[in-house]
Ligand binder design. Structure first.
Ligand SMILES: Nc1nc2c(ncn2[C@@H]2O[C@H](COP(=O)(O)OP(=O)(O)OP(=O)(O)O)[C@@H](O)[C@H]2O)c(=O)[nH]1
Ligand SMILES: [Mg+2]
Length: 273
């Protein structure tokens, strides 16, 4: 694989006419970056979400889950070029799969619309991808990450499910059910997503390991949802996550990770500002 990576510490003017775009003080990239935002009744939160998105993003794809507020109108006002996709099915997983299919970028970043994710972190995810990772997986529990949003019970559940995934699939994850991740679009062919609900992140995290892709954890801070209430139901969705783990471990697809543990790069401290 070749990488469109070029230092931008000097001679930035020389890049002005090239297809490289500076994304930080020391990095310029060529691959277009798409951001996918699943949103269901998040009109009040969108101003906070869009405010932190970097201006070098190639496109924003907002997947509207039949919102009954003015989510779509607010998105269009805030980001006139936003690509709005109406979701046909139901659930966050269905929304993300719809959004991924609508993306045209080489790199895809998934960001929640409730104001819990800081768009300034995207540069850390993209830096990891252009440096060799296939999948940049956000973690609230890697060194430098954090959460203002999880209760003790949810932390415990996430830890138990994460430990189960690590044992069953030979991964070394510090977080499992987190919605802030980024990846090269070629990963989609290898993970072949087929789920509808909040188990989607778990399924992605398992399938990237099974596919032998290079995963790098990115420390990330999850803020409190700003307005509205969570769509997640801890017990119902925890059971869905557990079912996915059991289904994935029992199906006979090539479990390459068991024989050859997937290469996982060490966690890096992100350039979170
Ligand atoms: N399009 C669409 N978006 C959804 C659906 N369900 C959830 N979302 C979005 O997915 C994101 C995450 O959902 P949340 O309800 O915040 O769930 P969560 O972040 O796992 O849980 P909390 O930590 O409690 O906020 C938000 O941007 C939601 O608007 C859905 O069925 N369709
Ligand atoms: Mg949330």
């Amino acid at each position: 694989m070749s990488f469109d990576l070029r230092p931008a510490t000097s001679g930035q003017d020389a890049f002005a006419t090239s297809h490289y775009r500076p994304i930080s003080s020391h990095l310029a990239i060529a691959p277009p970056v798409s951001v996918v935002i699943p949103a269901m009744n998040e009109a009040e939160n969108l101003p906070y979400v869009f405010k932190t998105l970097p201006d070098w993003i190639h496109e924003v794809v907002l997947v509207d889950g039949n919102s009954t507020d003015n989510t779509v109108e607010v998105a269009r006002e805030l980001w006139p070029d936003v690509k709005v996709v109406e979701q046909r099915g139901k659930g966050k997983g269905d929304a993300l799969i719809t959004g991924f299919n609508a993306c045209t970028g080489d790199i895809i970043v998934m960001v929640d619309a409730d104001g819990s994710a800081d768009g300034n972190e995207i540069v850390s995810y993209v830096s990891a991808l252009v440096s060799g990772a296939d999948f940049a997986k956000g973690s609230r529990f890697a060194n430098g990450g954090g959460t203002d949003d999880m209760t003790f019970i949810r932390k415990l559940g996430n830890w138990a499910l994460c430990t189960t995934v690590n044992r069953k699939f030979g991964a070394r994850y510090t977080d499992l059910c987190y919605g802030y991740n980024a990846f090269w679009r070629h990963c989609l062919d290898k993970i072949d997503l087929d789920c509808t609900g909040f188990e989607v992140e778990t399924l992605m995290n398992i399938r990237v390991v099974k596919a032998g892709l290079k995963v790098q954890e990115i420390p990330s801070h999850e803020y409190l949802r700003i307005h509205g209430t969570s769509n997640l139901r801890a017990v119902r969705d925890g059971i869905r996550v557990l079912k996915v783990i059991l289904r994935e471990s029992s199906n006979r697809r090539a479990l390459r990770s068991r024989r050859h543990p997937s290469p996982m790069l060490d966690s890096v401290r992100g350039e979170v500002s």
